[in-house]
Design a protein around this ligand. Sequence first.
Ligand code: SF4
Ligand code: SF4
Length: 531
Amino acid sequence: MADETTPVAVAPAPTPAPAKPAEKAKVVAPAYRDYPNIPALKIDSMADSNPYVAAAVHNESVGFPGTLVEGWEQKAVAKMGELLGKYRSLRVYMDACVHCGACTDKCHYFIGTGDPKNMPVARQDLMRSVYRRYYTLPGKLFPKLVGARDMTKDVLDDWFRYYNQCSECRRCSVFCPYGIDTAEVTMAAKEIMHSVGLGHKYVNEIIGKVHKIGNNLGLPGPALENTLEGLEEDVLEDTGAAVKYPLDQKGAEVLLVTPSADFFAEPHVDSLIGYGKVFHAAGISWTLSSKASEAGNFGMFIGNYEQMKKIAMRVREAALELGVKRIVVGECGHAWRVAYAFWNTLTGIGAGADDPFAIQLQKQLDPNYKQPSHICEVTWDLIQAGRLKFNKEANDHRIITFHDSCNVARGSRMGDYAGGQFDIPRNIIRAVANHYVDMSEATTREKTFCCGGGGGLLTDELLDLRVKGALPRMEALNRIVQDNGVNFMATICAICKAQFTKVLPYYGFKMSMVGGVHQLVSTAIVLDNEQ
Ligand code: SF4
Ligand code: SF4
């Protein structure tokens, strides 16, 4: 069943720009669709798309078996049983699907690839067929009759392939009449695979770096300090204002935890510059932390609660050591989801955990503020209170649209009402710029399409999948580029920024047309010396 509001592209897909890397010769953007049609089925077209398998050293560094363990079949089935007992929702999802088909054409990876195994229902069935075999009576007695399958190496290989073609974006769940969340099934499958020694190299390597060095990029404390000093000099030169980017400042009011990409990558760093300007203009003391120098939490991508907790704990330890009153999260989609939905029980930031350190932290944090807060909530509150001034004309060279990031849109909220996560970033953009246009309603807010690189898939060996998965977002973007002359797509997610920077050229757009909301704030904000 087609989604009748899927946007119609107004221009033909551009010929991919000629470029040097060999990868570009192989990876080609799919053509824009003329109508909101269901893609023609291309059976097994993505059967060769696999992420690299983690080496033993990477698996072991995060506590998983190095390689596929002996008797992995029974162990995987037992792990599934454990998860079915632990997460009631998983069992409901295994039982509740009526194969109505409402979700089939809602996944960007199916739209972009046509591979039927990328239909959300088919992705779930990879696990459901094994569940039926071992955890239902008909599956035990008449496996063939009910589509039940043994846990075999072929099945495991299919899991590794196709659960690593799901960005855990949750779009399909919006359209499922039973609210079945494929992302949760994917996370469970990844947890099972990791538990028997089949790990994802990119994700495990990054988690290892966070434990060893403190952030996804492996940026050590001294390098961080140098970078921040450099930023202070740049901002002073640009604006004449002595904006500070403090590190490990004890007694600061705010601890800002932001994705490590903000420290050096373009366009991410422009948002970090913007956060600093906001705190400076509002007279709020703040600090970054070398211990918690990463907001991202890849533990969520592999569904592993222990890793999520271990990664999140760095934030609590930093907050206690620095004695801050508020914890604010920078522009990162999945980090905000983890902070908003899990930090309370993982760490006691907010409320939830009840160990002595959690209680100490709850007493330390200022109850007048939401703990944690998103940087957009902070900025919007200050704008409403009249504490920030802007020269909106400074953004007049931009015609701006906003891409809702999945984990913010469907995994969390902002402000104090449902939908605040959609309105607040848009309100900020309208407060700092004169030209704003929304993309098609079928592709924004809770129906937003994933950028194509979420869920731990932002790795070069999956570039073909990432380019194809970006198709629906690129179609919607292309439409307003053609109709309204949009030349800037703002987003509040480090993964979206990195993914779009990479895939926009495949669709004929400039990589520089993506950036952060606080990049726009940074352009327009009036600092005291400039008034
Ligand atoms: S969660 Fe997102 S990526 Fe995964 S199947 Fe659903 S729509 Fe596709
Ligand atoms: S929409 Fe829900 S019930 Fe229907 S096929 Fe998809 S997952 Fe199953």
